[in-house]
Design a protein around this ligand. Structure first.
Ligand code: PEP
Ligand code: MG
Length: 542
């Protein structure tokens, strides 16, 4: 037995087989000298990719999946595809990985532009086979996992995480990683136990039994009988606690004496909706729309986005759904954005800055959100705001998009609410001015803490003091400024689910929190155990 202690990321316990995740592949556009040798490398990789696909066909029990894989087998040999790759290598000198990636992107776009639905669907397949060849070229063989496992490795990027089938992820354990990373947030949203900062080589444990204890930040490899029994008992206790929480479904988000603190949920994709409904959240306080972009190989179209937002709005059946506009950049990047390499990406070209610069992109998203607003209770929220001018520019663009829709006679909610994230110290200090312009605020405590304390949210060497007096005071300033203008305030950063602060939130008059779906009932349990009058008797401003 080997107990490896790291840091908590996402709570929960799971027991299962250990499986090593490969490192993320970086495809660069380096050129090669020996072009013919590179073509041979590509051809050999294709043969291996076909063998892997054949093995998958034999392994999978799902008929639909079998059918798609059989199409893949043919696509590997598609003349256009093969010729484009070879010409990328022979004419342009691209390395094989880059040549395959480029060809995949071009053909995928070509399929997307076709009228025939069957052909449009091939767009994803061409990307899929390209990925398989690229993985072989990178020496990673097959990345298709079928069996439930505890996945271990150095770290996982959000884009890699969304690629894995959630059904088979029992847990994650990483040598690096961080509690505030977006992968950590996704793991918490999905109730997947996750630990990081294990600082030991995790290779060589494949196939062995493991236990991840998220709360304790622990990975146990090859547990002995006693440990196994202890953890089986803990899993049973967890189930009993969940049963108790389930009884709170349908109950109000209010204290014993009737003071409300609304509890919404955060999501990244429409697939997260069942968890939100299962946990009876009051609404969706943060839909991180960038995950739609992370899940694609090219910019999602207006129609793709519209369908995603509509699905969530309809699924929530009249409850609020706050769609945050694209917050790409920093640790959330995808190759097709071609974002510049930056020394300091957290302080760089990201989020609303990209949207105001590339207004075509922003307008497509706003149009999709507005169209979906005809099907439910959608609100719009913009991230990373630092100035009043940005908000006024957002409002101007929004008005333009609304006018376009009016011209095209396309319905949308004319009274759609607009909010901003308060996640920079600048936004806190001008929150009185911002409150005059928008309907609601949502405090992004993850970034607000990072920017206020000048501590990278993913740097585990730094003390990321979530309860720093500066942050707690800021929350009060934001609420006071907002309420002077009837602007509602929620917290959608991870601090919203911090049960040590629930009393404080009630005391300062916060209106809502938005937390990972699995945390909704825990926070409700806490709120319902408190007495507002008692809290206010003790409360002294910090
Ligand atoms: C935040 O910064 O607190 C937030 C909710 O946004 P994200 O974590 O997606 O940056
Ligand atoms: Mg943020």
């Amino acid at each position: 037995m080997n107990k490896i202690l790291g840091t908590f990321v996402s709570e929960g316990i799971s027991i299962g087989k250990i499986q090593t995740l490969p490192e993320a592949i970086r495809v660069t556009n380096d050129l090669v000298n020996d072009r013919e040798a590179e073509v041979r490398r590509y051809e050999e990789a294709t043969q291996k990719a076909k063998k892997l696909t054949e093995a998958l066909i034999n392994k999978t029990k799902d008929d639909a999946a079998k059918e798609i894989l059989e199409i893949h087998m043919m696509m590997f040999e598609d003349l256009d595809y093969v010729e484009t790759i070879k010409s990328n290598i022979m004419d342009n000198g691209y390395n094989a990985q880059y040549a395959v990636k480029e060809a995949g992107n071009v053909l995928s776009q070509m399929f997307l532009n076709m009228d025939d639905e069957y052909m449009q669907a091939r767009s994803a397949d061409v990307i899929d086979i390209s990925d398989t060849i690229i993985k072989v070229l990178a020496g990673q063989g097959s990345l298709d996992y079928f069996e439930p496992a505890i996945f271990v490795g150095t770290d996982i990027m959000p884009s890699q995480l969304v690629e894995l089938d959630p059904e088979i992820i029992l847990g994650f354990a990483f040598t690096e990683g961080a509690v505030n990373s977006h992968s950590g947030i996704v793991a918490r949203n999905m109730s997947i136990p996750m630990v990081c900062q294990l600082h030991v080589d995790l290779r060589g444990y494949d196939g062995m039994q493991g236990i991840v204890d998220g709360k304790a930040g622990l990975l146990i490899v090859d547990p002995d009988e006693v440990t196994l029994k202890t953890y089986e008992r803990k899993i049973q206790e967890q189930k009993e606690f969940q049963t108790m929480l389930a009884e709170l479904k349908g109950k109000a988000d209010e204290t014993e004496d009737g003071r409300t603190l609304k509890i919404n949920a955060n999501i990244g994709k429409p697939e997260d909706l069942p968890k939100v409904l299962e946990n009876d959240a009051a609404g969706i306080g943060l839909f991180r729309s960038e995950f739609l972009y992370l899940d694609c190989n090219d910019y999602p179209t207006e129609e793709q986005q519209f369908l995603a937002y509509k699905k969530v709005a309809e699924g929530m059946n009249g409850k609020v759904v706050v769609v945050r506009t694209l917050d790409i950049g920093a640790d959330k990047t995808v190759p097709y954005f071609n974002l510049p390499e930056e020394h300091n990406p957290a302080l760089g070209y990201r989020a609303i800055r990209i949207c105001l610069d590339r207004q075509d992109l922003f307008k497509t998203q706003l149009r999709a959100i507005l169209r979906a607003s005809a099907y439910g209770n959608i609100a719009i929220m913009t991230p990373m705001i630092i100035s009043l001018e940005e908000v006024l520019e957002v409002k101007r663009i929004l008005a333009e998009v609304k006018a376009d829709l009016d011209r095209d006679n396309i319905p949308y909610n004319r009274g759609i609410m607009l909010g901003v994230m308060i996640e920079t110290p600048a936004a806190v200090l001008i929150s009185d001015k911002l409150a005059e312009e928008v309907d609601f605020f949502s405090v992004g405590t993850n970034d607000l803490t990072q920017y206020t304390l000048a501590c990278d949210r993913e740097n585990q060497k730094l003390k990321f003091d979530k309860h720093h007096l500066a942050i707690l005071r800021m929350l009060k300033i934001i609420v006071d400024n907002a309420h002077k203008h009837n602007t509602k305030v929620s917290i959608c950063g991870e601090l919203g689910a911090d049960l040590d602060l629930t009393e404080y939130y009630l005391a300062i008059g916060l209106d809502a929190v938005s937390v990972s779906a699995p945390a909704v009932l825990k926070v409700r349990n806490k709120v319902r155990s408190l007495n507002y009058a008692e809290i206010m008797k003790k409360y002294k401003p910090l």
